[in-house]
Design a protein around this ligand. Structure first.
Ligand code: AQP
Length: 334
C-alpha cells in the first residue's frame, strides 16, 4: 500500500510534427489511461531547447502538439494539458535535482550518447541534464505512473533513482517511485527506412516516418516505399530476427488493429509484403485521417488553444506549487 495517490504524468517535446511512434508509443495510451486515472499531459518546451530551435517554429509547434493531444482524444476538460515553461516549479525542482543526481548516472544515459554522438564536448549542458528536468516534470506532481515509449525507459529509471536519493539524503518519504507504463505492440516504432533506428522527428528522411498530419496519399506512398523483403511473410516472429524493417511493419499493424504480433503473422504467413503493406496503409489512413482533420480544425483557432493552455497552467500550478514549497522546506531554503 502506498501513501501516494495514483496520478499519471507524461510529456511530448514540441520539436516538430508528431509521428506514428509518438502516437503508438505514447499518445494512444494517454487516451486510454484517462478513463482510469487523473492525468497530466505536458508540452515539454524546455526539453525542446536542449537542441537548437527556431523560436517562431517552436511557438507554432507548441500549439501543434497541443492540438495533436486533443485531436487524438485527450480530454482537456477532465484532464490537465499545459505547457512546461509556464509552470516555474519544473525549473525550480530541476535545479534541486541537478544537485541530487550524479554525473556518473547521466554519463550512462544512452539517449545522450546517441544524440551527442562524436560531438560530446560541443552539445548543450541542457542535453546532458535533460533526464534531471524530466524527473522534475514527473515528481513536481508526485506522479506515480508515466506512459512512455520504450526509448524513455532508462530516463524513467533515473527519475526513480533521483526520487530515492532525495528521500534518503533528507530522511523523508516525500517523492514516490514513478513507474513506467510501456505497453502495446509498438513500444518502439522503428524508422521505415532503417529498422535499427527509432522513428524520430529529427530523422532527415521524411520517408522514415508517418506524420499525424500526412494526407492519405502520402501515408500510402510512405508505406509502399517502406523497406521490406522479397521473401514471403513467415509464420513465426523468430524468423524475423534479422529483418527489423519487416518486423516493424508487422508490429505497427498489430498495434493499430489491437492484435498481437502472432495474430498478424497467423493472417499473413505465406503472403507477400505488398499485401500486408496495402492493408497497413488502409488501416493507418483510417486511424490518422480523422486526427489530421481535427488537428487542422483546431489550429484554425489558435486563440482557443491558448485559452486551453492557460487553463491547464492554472490547474497544473495548483498541484506543483505546494510540492515545490515543501521541497524548499525539506532542503532548508525555508
Ligand atoms: N519511435 C518511437 N516509438 C515509440 N514511442 C516513441 N516515442 C518517441 N519516438 C517513439 C515516445 O513519444 C513520446 C514523446 O517523445 P518526445 O517527442 O518527447 O521525444 P523523443 O522520444 O525524442 O521523440 P523523437 O520523435 O525522437 O523526437 P526528436 O527527434 O526531436 O528527439 C515519448 O513517450 C517517447 O517515448
Amino acid at each position: 500500500m502506498t501513501k501516494f495517490q495514483e496520478r499519471i504524468f507524461s510529456g511530448v517535446q514540441p520539436t516538430g510534427t508528431l509521428h506514428l511512434g509518438n502516437y503508438l508509443g505514447a499518445i494512444k495510451n494517454f487516451v486510454e489511461l484517462q478513463e482510469k486515472y487523473n492525468c497530466i499531459y505536458c508540452v515539454v518546451d524546455q526539453h525542446a531547447i536542449t537542441v537548437d530551435q527556431n523560436p517562431q517554429e517552436l511557438r507554432s509547434n507548441i500549439l501543434e502538439v497541443l492540438a495533436s493531444f486533443i485531436a487524438a482524444g485527450v480530454d482537456y476538460q477532465k484532464q490537465i494539458i499545459f505547457q512546461q515553461s509556464s509552470v516555474p516549479a519544473h525549473s525550480q525542482l530541476a535545479w534541486v535535482f541537478n544537485c541530487v543526481s550524479r554525473i556518473g548516472w547521466l554519463n550512462r544515459m544512452t539517449q545522450f550518447k546517441d544524440k551527442a554522438g562524436k560531438n560530446k564536448e560541443n552539445v548543450s549542458v541542457g542535453l546532458m541534464v535533460y533526464p534531471n528536468l524530466m524527473a522534475a516534470d514527473i515528481l513536481a506532481y508526485l506522479a506515480t505512473h508515466v506512459p512512455v515509449g520504450d526509448d524513455q525507459k532508462q530516463h524513467l529509471e533515473l527519475s526513480r533513482d533521483i526520487a530515492q536519493k532525495f528521500n534518503n539524503d533528507f530522511g523523508v518519504d516525500f517523492f514516490p517511485q514513478p513507474e513506467p507504463l510501456i505497453y502495446g505492440s509498438a513500444t518502439r516504432v522503428m524508422s521505415l527506412r532503417d529498422g535499427n533506428k527509432k522513428m524520430s522527428k529529427s530523422d532527415p528522411s521524411d520517408f522514415s516516418r508517418i506524420l499525424l498530419t500526412d494526407d492519405d496519399e502520402t501515408i500510402s506512398a510512405k508505406i509502399r516505399k517502406a523497406k521490406s523483403d522479397s521473401e514471403l511473410i513467415p509464420n513465426t516472429k523468430d524468423a524475423l530476427q534479422n529483418k527489423p524493417e519487416c518486423l516493424n511493419l508487422i508490429n505497427i499493424l498489430a498495434a493499430t488493429t489491437n492484435q498481437s504480433v502472432e495474430q498478424v503473422l497467423g493472417n499473413y504467413a505465406g503472403k507477400e509484403y505488398s499485401s500486408l503493406k496495402k492493408d497497413l496503409a488502409d488501416c493507418l489512413v483510417q486511424v490518422i485521417s480523422p486526427i489530421r482533420k481535427e488537428i487542422n480544425n483546431l489550429l484554425d483557432n489558435r486563440d482557443e488553444l491558448n485559452v486551453i493552455l492557460a487553463e491547464g497552467t492554472e490547474k497544473a500550478a495548483a498541484i506543483a506549487n505546494p510540492v515545490i514549497e515543501e521541497v524548499y522546506r525539506i532542503v532548508g531554503f525555508k
